[in-house]
Design a protein around this ligand. Structure first.
Ligand code: SAM
Length: 261
């Protein structure tokens, strides 16, 4: 190979291959190497061209198998060797995906980066459940927040601002801290019976949903046997899960969303 290659920063979407963009598919088809995350579904990995080398760099919660620094270096080395590199990430690369850190590292080294946006998990979950993120009379806005915190540090979120019944709150990476998140929102005056919809593996054949409420979600999550990435939709819109006739998982407690169970 001659000359410097380039890096395609590709959003793979939440899991269903049909939710990948045409641009993402074209970029994947051009790739010599595919560097992919843990959250890229097996269904999507099946569409990686046979001739392309695959490098998994998955980071499981709490156990970083390949550090972000090493991923940055690896992308740069591969591109400097002349490869067309597909950096394949779950959802959208610029939403809780560290895509901008990778792009900045590559830009500092003069390596060209092109993007393919992906459908973020929140949008995927909304489409697969039919539960909207905004809805006239229920929510006039939506906020995406991370429920992940650095080791030994408290969650740094502005709870006062987040506790707004007019705004849907979508929490990414929140499983470990959902108890703390719910308590903080309750302390800021959010109603105890505010619906919370947890969606695991949204848009894949393994999708599972749990409908709960703010004062019970932490307990019900402990009893829920869902595997894989989970997203929380907190707000009045989540109550529409029942009206949508969704297949909802039962929990071991008798807790149901008030008036919907
Ligand atoms: C590191 S963030 C990556 C987000 C991704 N860039 C996006 O735009 O969806 C990982 C979190 O995204 C959420 N997530 C990603 N894919 C999901 C899916 N298929 N179903 C439910 N949640 C998902 C989970 O909250 C997970 O902990």
């Amino acid at each position: 190979m001659t000359g410097t290659g380039k890096v395609y920063l590709i959003g793979a979407g939440p899991g269903d291959p049909e939710l990948m963009t045409l641009r993402a598919m074209r970029m994947l088809a051009e790739a010599d190497v595919v560097v992919h995350d843990r959250l890229v579904s097996p269904e999507i990995l099946a569409s990686v061209p046979k001739g392309a080398r695959r490098i998994p760099v998955g980071k499981a919660p709490g156990c970083h198998s390949v550090t972000q620094e090493r991923i940055n270096e690896m992308l740069a080395e591969l591109a400097l060797d002349g490869n067309t590199v597909a950096r394949l990430k779950g959802g959208d690369p610029l939403i809780f995906g560290r895509g901008s850190e990778e792009a900045a590292y590559l830009a500092e080294r003069g390596i060209a980066v092109e993007y393919a946006p992906g459908i973020t998990a929140a949008q995927g979950a909304a489409a697969s459940t039919g539960v909207p993120l905004t809805h006239r009379g229920l929510a006039s806005g939506v906020r995406y927040v991370t429920g992940h915190r650095q080791k030994d540090r408290p969650l740094e979120l502005d709870w006062k601002r987040l506790a707004d019944p007019e705004t849907t709150l979508v929490v990414y990476m929140g499983v470990a801290n959902i108890g703390q998140i719910a308590l903080a929102l309750l302390a800021e005056g959010m109603p105890a019976d505010l619906p919370v919809l947890a969606v695991a593996n949204a848009t894949t054949p393994r999708e599972a949903r749990l409908l709960s409420r703010l004062d019970r979600i932490a307990r019900e999550m402990r009893d829920w046997c869902a595997d894989g990435p989970v997203l929380f939709v907190i707000g009045r819109v989540a109550g529409l899960a029942v009206a949508r006739g969704l297949d909802l998982d039962e929990t071991l407690t008798e807790a149901r969303v008030a008036g919907h169970g």
